[in-house]
Design a protein around this ligand. Structure first.
Ligand SMILES: [Zn+2]
Ligand SMILES: [Zn+2]
Length: 877
């Protein structure tokens, strides 16, 4: 008789076989309809851009989501776990140009390749709900939403700056600007041009987007903070400064240098004169404003420049400087500089005449393009005033200085504290800053030169892209009727497929007459289509709603279906999407709610941002040569080992340093599981459907205890912090305990029902992390229903509890008590339990404990100073 050889774990053979089975059963991972009576669970990983290759970051992201989805299925939920493709965007156009492949073909081929990779990984996606954003059945709804927003004034056109390459004669995306030059013309400096573009009024929801963050308790705090900062709410006031009309000013010729005298008062201001509106969060310091600083693009500055060549030249120089700084990529760190315009304005509070400057740090597209400069009480103004020797006037003093000394000592400047009192501020002198802020904003409003105001850093969302591979914006321009929205029944506006992508000479769509020329739906005349396409963030702002009803051809989705599935219970993705994608998605949800399409205010209940996958200390990237391909890992170690390693090597929220040795280690571990389970399978199966025998042996008890502890650990981690690394470690410990008893088990030391229970539960737990191996062992157990339909194991607290053990407690070497504690009690707890024991307390009463020696599980010895009591020899115990 030939000795039976130990079965060998062959992941490729097992995995390919099961992959085929799963792919032939699309209903396996299909979500059930809303009326199935089960509680729903919507788990979602962010949809990828179809580059053609999954990277390890994807594998990690999907392994986390997949473990959770499988766990929730086994907990009896109706799970929705879909996948799709964020398929529009620039890389397809670049690839088209490079390889002469149409963007659609390139994209669809990449999708097919990545879908294959996902299949090989054994991910539990409901492929019947797959969406591809570049296909008309999806993007027509982008157009539909656009029309709805246009009707409601939420989509509008305005002039805005774009990157323009004069060589290409086209607009460049930000990522096509390399060191300030065109990516294709490395010598050509990219210009800023004004173009009319489409915007969505995200700012209508600024306040709600901000307030809503307070309720998103299932989101990482860092993401909420990033969004708060991005929305950037500041409370303050708008104040109008009146420009002094030099013609009417008796003070002399307009360009003569005027020595500023802050005691001069202009009580009368000219109602016809131009106004400069500033926004300030510190109106309480306005008596200390000694100049106004305007953006170079401020309309008034342009007006001044029209009357002065010198000024025009300075402005031109400033633009050049800003442009150079942008090219160097140091736009934000530019030295602050500026120059006076020679004009003046009146401070409406102090009635003082202050100079108007142009400053390079004031931007027209932020706030009003003008700020008041209060050097004494603002860091930046102080720095600027010091450089140009502008007057500094203290109008706020710390309370302490006033109160204690009774005299006004000057604080160190700039003094920006707000727990302070006003001085030199007319009728507001003596008020606290906060009170003054309210009173002064009210005063400005009463007198018609200002009002309280709240500003946000958040801007409206510019969605126009002068590109081909995106959703066409459904607007027609007619010479007679002006701007005409495409009628809803004409949707979708199809993106033409056969086009010549040169990335030169403007939008490629403008050069496709069949597309660009159109019959005006109003007058029937020949009109022109909008040739801009939409930002791809539009696609990803609502895609997860479409998953709930992906085939709907009458609406983006059914409202009742969405009401069942939303909000998403768990969204998982990279923290790099913390701002744009997640703010746009939240905006889109609020907009759809206001259209009556959804009932939820927020799209995502809980958000998880996984850490990066790094290697040799750096993010994996081609340029660093440290990329590990998932295909390689799968070929060498199998999909189970690759996925399981991605969960084992670090807690999911931390960065993971990829070590191939680690993957090999996981593969060996899975091999041990396979070998053990296979060898003991026959023995275990005999115990199926039989009750646990009474009177467990010591070894049975220990193994069952470990089993229940492992189930408890996994259950708690899935419900809590998702430290799957410790879950996998716990499974490893269980398997170690099992294999340590292999010989005893072979001899029947563990009875069949016990062995069966252990094997079955081990397989159930494994399926969250290593679904292929779990499926293989499940079928070897003779199970025919899918593992996913089995219930998640339930732990028994009593079974999981450690036995109690008795530990002797000595005082100076003499046995005083035996205490009962759970086995495995840690040192600190054991020590506390010993000290609390009545007999021990009696023995040490009135004596000084100088040392406590704890041998966990064995002994506690207290050394006390006790007058003449000498320690007996140890053998006296
Ligand atoms: Zn160029
Ligand atoms: Zn018309």
């Amino acid at each position: 008789m030939v000795a039976e050889r130990a079965p060998r774990y062959n992941p490729a053979e097992i995995e390919l076989r099961w992959q085929e089975v799963w792919e032939s059963q699309p209903e396996l991972y299909a979500a059930e309809p809303p009326d199935c009576g089960k509680q729903k669970y919507y788990v979602l990983e962010m949809l990828p851009y179809p580059s053609g290759q999954l990277h390890m970051g994807h594998v990690r992201n999907y392994a986390i989501g997949d473990a959770l989805a499988r766990h929730m299925w086994m907990r009896g939920y109706n799970v929705l776990h879909p996948m799709g493709w964020d398929a529009f965007g620039l890389p397809a156009e670049n690839a088209a140009l490079k390889n002469n492949t149409p963007p659609r073909d390139w994209t669809l081929a990449n999708i097919a390749a990545m879908r294959r990779q996902m299949g090989r990984l054994g991910l539990s996606y409901d492929w019947q709900r797959e969406i591809t954003t570049c296909l008309p059945e999806y993007y027509r709804w982008n157009q539909w939403f656009f029309l709805k927003m246009y009707e409601r004034g939420l989509a509008y056109r305005k002039n805005s700056k774009v990157n323009w390459c004069p060589q290409c004669a086209t607009v460049l995306a930000n990522e096509q600007v390399v060191n300030g030059c065109c990516w294709r013309h490395e010598e050509t400096v990219v210009e800023q041009r004004e173009l009319e573009q489409w915007f969505l009024r995200t700012t209508n929801y600024s306040e709600e987007l901000l307030r809503g963050l307070d309720k998103l308790e299932g989101w990482p705090e860092k993401v909420r903070t990033m969004q708060r900062n991005w929305i950037g709410r500041s409370e303050g006031a708008l104040v109008d400064f009146t420009v002094v009309n030099e013609e009417k000013d008796e003070r002399g010729p307009r360009s003569a240098p005027v020595k500023l005298n802050l005691t001069e008062k202009f009580l009368e201001t000219d109602p016809e004169a131009a106004k400069i509106t500033v926004f300030t969060t510190r109106i309480d310091t306005i008596f200390g404003a000694t100049s106004l600083q305007l953006a170079a693009e401020h309309p008034l500055v342009l007006q001044f420049a029209a009357g002065s060549e010198e000024l025009a030249k300075k402005i031109k120089d400033l633009h050049e400087e800003q442009k150079r700084a942008r090219e160097m990529g140091v736009g934000n760190e530019m030295d602050k500089s500026g120059f006076p315009t020679g004009h003046f304005a009146i401070n409406p509070f102090s009635k003082e005449r202050i100079p108007i400057w142009v400053a390079n740090y004031v931007l027209m597209d932020y706030g009003t393009g003008a700020v008041m400069s209060v050097p004494a009480h603002d860091e930046r103004d102080f720095e600027f005033a010091a450089k140009y020797k502008l007057e500094t006037k203290i109008v706020v003093l710390p309370r302490q200085v006033n109160d204690v000394a009774g005299e006004q000592r000057e604080p160190l400047l700039p003094y920006t504290g707000e727990d302070s009192l006003l001085m030199n501020s007319g009728e507001f002198t003596g008020m606290g800053c906060q009170e003054a802020q309210q009173k002064m904003a009210g005063f400005a409003e009463e007198h018609g030169f200002g009002k309280p105001s709240i500003t946000y850093r958040l801007k409206d969302w510019g969605i126009s892209r002068q590109r081909y591979w995106g959703t066409p914006i459904p607007i027609i321009y007619c010479a007679t009727d002006g701007l005409v929205p495409v009628p809803e029944e004409h949707l979708p506006v199809l993106l033409p497929e056969k086009i010549d992508i040169t990335q030169e000479g403007g939008s490629p769509l403008a050069r496709v007459p069949e597309f660009a020329r159109v019959v005006c739906p109003k007058c029937g005349g020949i009109a022109r289509r909008e040739t801009d396409t939409m930002d791809t963030f539009v696609d990803s702002s609502w895609y997860f709603y479409r998953y709930t009803d992906p085939k709907n051809s009458h609406a983006p989705f059914g409202t009742n279906t969405v009401a069942y599935w939303f909000p998403i219970d768990q969204y998982i993705g990279g923290v790099e999407h913390a701002i744009l994608h997640l703010i746009y998605s939240r905006f889109w949800t609020k907009m759809m709610r206001d259209l009556g399409l959804v009932k939820n205010d927020e799209p995502v209940e809980r958000l998880f941002t996984q850490g990066m996958v790094i290697r040799n200390g750096a993010k994996m990237s081609k340029s660093k040569g440290n990329v590990v391909s998932p295909d390689d890992m799968i070929a060498r170690y199998g999909a189970d080992a690759t996925r399981m390693y991605a969960l084992f090597a670090a807690p999911p929220d931390r960065d993971l340093d990829w070590q191939e040795d680690g993957v090999a280690g996981i593969s060996r571990f899975l091999g041990r599981v396979y070998r053990f389970a296979t060898q003991t399978m026959e023995q275990a199966i005999e115990g199926r459907a039989k009750p646990t025998p009474a009177g467990l042996t010591d070894i049975e008890q220990r193994l069952l205890r470990k089993l229940h502890q492992t189930i408890r650990r996994l259950t708690q981690e899935f419900e809590g912090r998702w430290h799957f690394n410790t879950c996998i470690a716990a499974i490893m410990e269980l398997v170690n305990d099992l294999t340590a008893q292999e010989a005893a088990i072979a001899k029947g030391a563990v009875r069949a029902p016990v062995l069966y229970a252990i094997t079955r539960n081990l397989v159930l737990m494994l399926q969250a992390f290593a679904p292929y191996l779990a499926a293989e062992l499940w079928s070897k157990m003779g199970e025919e229903t899918p593992l996913l339909r089995a219930a998640w194991p339930v732990y028994d607290e009593a079974m999981a509890a450690e036995d109690t053990i008795q530990v002797p407690v000595q005082v100076n070497g003499k046995l005083r008590a035996l205490i009962s504690v759970p086995a495995g009690t840690a040192e600190a707890e054991l020590r506390a339990a010993a000290m609390a024991e009545v007999k021990v307390q009696a023995a040490i009463a009135g004596k000084e404990v100088v040392k406590v020696i704890v041998l966990p599980g064995k002994l506690v010895n207290l050394v006390v100073l006790a007058g003449s009591v000498a320690a007996p020899p140890p053998d006296a115990v």
